[in-house]
Design a protein around this ligand. Structure first.
Ligand code: MF3
Ligand code: CO
Length: 248
């Protein structure tokens, strides 16, 4: 459902659209699915989704702001269905964007999949962030430290934390049956962020652009299973995550 909502939003992203349109769409689809948006009211968060434009990294508010050609917009959405949370995010291009913005989006999504490939039982949870960081820095970009991925289940944020960088210490081993949200936030410039006056919107300190991709992943005997693939799907991506790709 979360992935289908992101697909529906992707279809209406274009120059001139107010970002509040995405919020309305998300709420309408939640009503149709008879599910609750997971973010609304969470720690006082006032919307169903997060909408972060250009230098906004995460937790931006939808608003009357009109998207412009060349913007990139990150949409983060979660729902609660039968007591369990699903959480996913993607960054979309608004019309034609710069080559740098395209590369930022591609590298961030590729880094997400590099992290997913590490999400198998017995592996250190920090291997995920190590793979993400390696790919991102090899491309000349940076990973945000301030926010991390997380276990996801009956609550949106559960243990373990899933950083997008390699911490100095060892982490705990991943186990079959765990469900985690992997969500690299990648910046063109500094990875330092500021929080705006609204107490939510995280922006890059140098105000250069950022991208954000997130999937909810189950650790299974067959390896990582992406739970937030839409009905429309991305078969070429789903196929990336098979056993041949994650043998350690
Ligand atoms: N995907 C984000 C996260 O994992 C969504 C949280 S936004 C909030 O933290 F508003 F709900 F906090
Ligand atoms: Co999340």
């Amino acid at each position: 459902m979360v992935a289908n909502i992101l697909d529906a939003i992707e279809d209406v992203v274009r120059p001139g659209v107010p970002t509040m349109r995405f919020e309305e769409l998300a709420r309408d689809m939640c009503a149709q699915y008879k599910v609750k948006p997971a973010f609304l009211g969470y720690c006082g968060y006032p919307f169903a989704l997060c909408c972060s434009v250009n230098e906004e990294v995460v937790h931006g508010f939808p608003s009357t702001r009109l998207l412009q050609e060349g913007d990139i917009v990150s949409i983060d959405m979660g729902v609660v269905y039968e007591g369990f949370v699903g959480d996913a995010a993607r960054t979309f291009a608004v019309g034609e964007v710069s080559d740098e913005a395209k590369r930022l989006m591609r590298v961030t999504e590729d880094a997400l999949y590099a992290g997913i490939a590490e999400a198998h039982a017995g592996n250190d949870v920090y291997a995920i962030g190590a793979a993400v960081q390696r790919m991102v820095e090899a491309a000349g970009f940076n990973v945000v430290r301030r926010f991390v991925g997380h276990g996801v289940g009956a609550k949106m944020h559960e243990k373990p934390e899933v950083p997008n960088f390699k911490p100095a210490m060892r982490g705990l081993p991943l186990q079959n049956g765990m469900v985690i949200a992997i969500e690299p936030m990648v910046t063109v410039g500094t990875y330092e962020v500021d929080i705006l006056e609204d107490n939510w919107t995280a922006v890059t300190r140098d105000r250069k652009p950022a991208a954000h991709y997130e999937h909810s992943i189950a650790i299974t005997h067959d390896g990582p299973r992406i739970l937030s693939i839409s009905d429309r799907g991305r078969p070429e991506r789903a196929l990336m995550v098979d056993r041949s790709n994650n043998n350690g």
